[in-house]
Write a protein of this length. Structure first.
Length: 348
């Protein structure tokens, strides 16, 4: 669906997971938030910056609860809805859960957008929920200065099989399931410099459900997982390192990239969010002396509806990759390792 007279991305100052607050700002906001660890049944709270909260319901079921929403990353309203819904459901999959229901979060500048645009956004979100096999059972809407859409996503997981970002082990291999570069693509799109073929590649990546996560919960040797979103690959790897008390080594040449994203990054196209990300956690990253700025930007690039970052024991790696490839994650690949040491990421 196209709307004459405006671009959806022109109505927002940011887009997708690039809208997230910088990691350093978020840490300040949460610094005085009381810990909820004493709450009976709460298995995962805010302590390790994990992807969702998890609450034990009984001996065999735990509730996975999360919410995620953002401003437009593309101009097509239906595609915006699809991307935002896929991104929100990813947090359930990243915890090893299976989604069971979702609620919509919608903010629209009612004086700027025709009702058909909001209808298309909602329809796109509903399509993704149907693909995931769950109902979009309600939600909430407000009149807001910028378009906003996302979901409250609820899922179930066995309490003993929750995937956390804080349980990786020394010697684990890091596996990344989707290519990097969504933020750079979105910046190029906002400048009208993203060709149709690359727009299609962006849409295919950001609307691919991270179904693999639900399978990994039952797979021996999968020690930890998270999804790579607004803080970029380095930021989410660091969260895993801090939570697990480990250090990581990432091999830059092994990282999967979206088509032509290297050329775009070399040309200077990028996001303000990548710069904010590096300012927040760069002191915990060791780069080679000759590491170029464009390549560093790729490592900090905010990934809207990005892939899973999985920490797996060496004997489980081939099975994880086989399952990922079977589910359509063609570029899933090993990208590094975890080892004992001060939590930090070394890039080679």
């Amino acid at each position: 669906m196209s709307q004459p007279g405006f671009r959806l991305t022109d109505l927002a100052h940011g887009g997708g997971c690039g809208c997230k607050l910088a990691p350093a700002v978020l840490q300040q906001l949460l610094a005085r938030m009381p810990l909820a660890a004493a709450a009976p049944g709460l298995l995962v709270g805010t302590e390790t910056s994990d992807d969702a909260a998890v609450y034990r319901l009984n001996a065999n079921q735990a509730l996975v609860a999360t919410t995620d929403f953002f401003m437009p990353v593309v101009d097509d309203p239906r595609d915006f809805g699809r991307i935002a819904a896929t991104n929100a459901l990813s947090d359930v999959y990243a915890m090893g859960g299976t989604p069971v229901m979702a609620l919509a979060i919608l903010g629209m500048p009612v004086d700027k957008l025709p009702v058909e645009v909001a209808q298309a956004i909602l329809a796109g979100g509903a399509e993704v929920c149907a693909e995931a096999g769950i109902p979009l059972a309600g939600g909430h809407s407000i009149d807001s200065p910028e378009p906003i859409y996302g979901l409250v996503a609820l899922g179930l997981v066995h309490p003993d099989r929750v995937l956390r970002n804080s349980t990786a082990r020394p010697g684990d291999t890091l596996i990344l399931t989707k290519p990097l570069g969504v933020g750079i693509y979105s910046a190029a799109l906002k400048r009208n410099q993203l060709p149709p073929a690359l727009q299609a590649a962006m849409l295919a990546s950001t609307t691919q459900l991270n179904l693999l996560g639900a399978e990994l919960a039952d797979l021996p040797g999968v020690d930890a997982a998270t999804d790579v979103t607004g803080f970029g690959l380095l930021g989410h790897t660091l969260e895993m390192c801090r939570g697990s008390g480990l250090a990581a080594r990432i091999t830059a040449d092994d990282l999967p990239l979206l088509p032509e994203v290297e050329a775009l990054s070399r040309s200077g196209i990028g996001t303000g969010a990548a710069t904010r990300n590096w300012a927040s956690y760069g002191a915990e990253v060791i780069l080679p002396d000759d590491f170029p700025d464009w390549r560093r930007a790729l490592l900090c690039d905010p990934q809207t509806s990005g892939g899973l970052l999985i920490a797996a024991a060496p004997e489980a790696v081939q099975e994880v990759l086989a399952r990922a490839h079977r589910l359509g994650f063609a570029q899933a690949v090993t990208v590094g390792t975890l080892h004992g040491g001060t939590p930090r990421v070394t890039v080679s």
